[in-house]
Design a protein around this ligand. Sequence first.
Ligand SMILES: Cc1cc2nc3c(=O)[nH]c(=O)nc-3n(C[C@H](O)[C@H](O)[C@H](O)COP(=O)(O)OP(=O)(O)OC[C@H]3O[C@@H](n4cnc5c(N)ncnc54)[C@H](O)[C@@H]3O)c2cc1C
Length: 426
Amino acid sequence: MKKYDLIVVGGGFSGTMAACAAARDGMSVLLLEKSGALGGAANVNYVLPFMNYNYRNKETNEKRPLSKGLFQEFIRRMFAMDALLDEPCVHFNEEYLKMVLDDMTTEFGVDVLFHSTFVDAETETGEDGKIVVKKIRFLNVNGMMEAEADRFIDATGDGLLFMNAGCEYHVGRENDHKTQPMTLCFRMGKVDVDRYYREDKKKVNVLWKEKLAAGELLNPREDILAFRHLTSDVLHLNSTRVLGDPTDPFERSRAEQTARKQMLELYNFLKENAPSCKDATILSSSFEIGVRESRMVEGLYTINTQDILECRKFDDAITAGNYDIDIHSPDGSGTTHYWIPDGDFYTIPYRACVPKDAENLWVVGRCISSTHEAQAAYRIMPIVACIGEGIGIMTAVAKKNGRKNYEITSAQVRESMDARGLVEGH
Ligand SMILES: Cc1cc2nc3c(=O)[nH]c(=O)nc-3n(C[C@H](O)[C@H](O)[C@H](O)COP(=O)(O)OP(=O)(O)OC[C@H]3O[C@@H](n4cnc5c(N)ncnc54)[C@H](O)[C@@H]3O)c2cc1C
């Protein structure tokens, strides 16, 4: 196999946009994905909708997108295919999403390898004492294969590449390392969805709380979280909740089984208590349980709660967001929200995507360098897509200028983001 300028491991929103952005700037790019489609959690975990990516500018009162660039290009294509329901929380049909991402990667010239699971990395120590990733090995229908590149991006969500390369990382809350719970999303068909929202939603939530308080439920979640789907009689449920360490393969496997029991519990509960669900069936559950949080790399900068709540504007910002700190309790019941001031936004610094101990590796998506609380804000799909685009662009800048990841200056980041108008307020 040829040597690439860049290998991106993981084809979620962050990895796919990183690959597209780097290829657009002339890099030869291999994008490795273990499933058979791009989109990451939107595909393998049935995650929807896109959480809010717009804000109201205080001076002009104008509604403006914070997630720009390739993500907006993606949204335009989805609207053109009639694959989105509404704004600003955009419900989408993931079947179209997969095709749009196929088109975008093809048009930008990214080599995509599906059904290919990253296994390990070969590394050396550079002159500066930092880790240099030389090649990766991955498993697919051809057996074990390997590929070489000058630069790498870890977009696996779980930090598999940086962990394997030997970079430092942390997991979960600072005091006890517990992470946000895992959730198996599932769908119920033959539901009168309008009636559910009109007549049943409030009532079933009261009853659910009573049963939870009486200790009659397996599921510790405090309410029933449901969304519409593009198919009008389908109700999408993001409402199972399983505690456990997602980096422990046995706990993650047990979580799948526990979540399926919770799915059946929710289904029976709704069928019995919500007239809108009396004829419902379980339509499908996602291929894998969704993991909100696992490993996070130790970066040159670690985003913290104050950065998010005080809406810090970094010199090396690669994108912006205003989604609140939304923590599904690592202890069971409860969801905590810390809101972002109306009309304002926080930014994501380039340095949070640079491992402090590697020189040719970047990290994008939900496993960049941050605290447990800060991660609970920027982890949404529109923001991670833009983190991916920003870093994809910067890998091309690193190549052009012969720079290591940590030698990129804030001025170079600013110039590159401004050239494409990617950061609000710049
Ligand atoms: C249950 C749940 C509900 C959520 N709800 C919302 C919501 O409503 N709206 C919203 O905007 N966000 C939501 N989020 C957050 C959002 O979905 C994720 O934070 C985001 O998708 C992370 O993107 P990513 O690119 O970092 O990782 P992912 O989307 O997880 O992508 C990682 C990719 O890497 C691939 N991969 C993993 N290991 C390997 C390997 N060894 N080799 C090759 N490929 C590999 C995976 O198959 C996957 O495609 C939710 C998350 C969860 C779990």
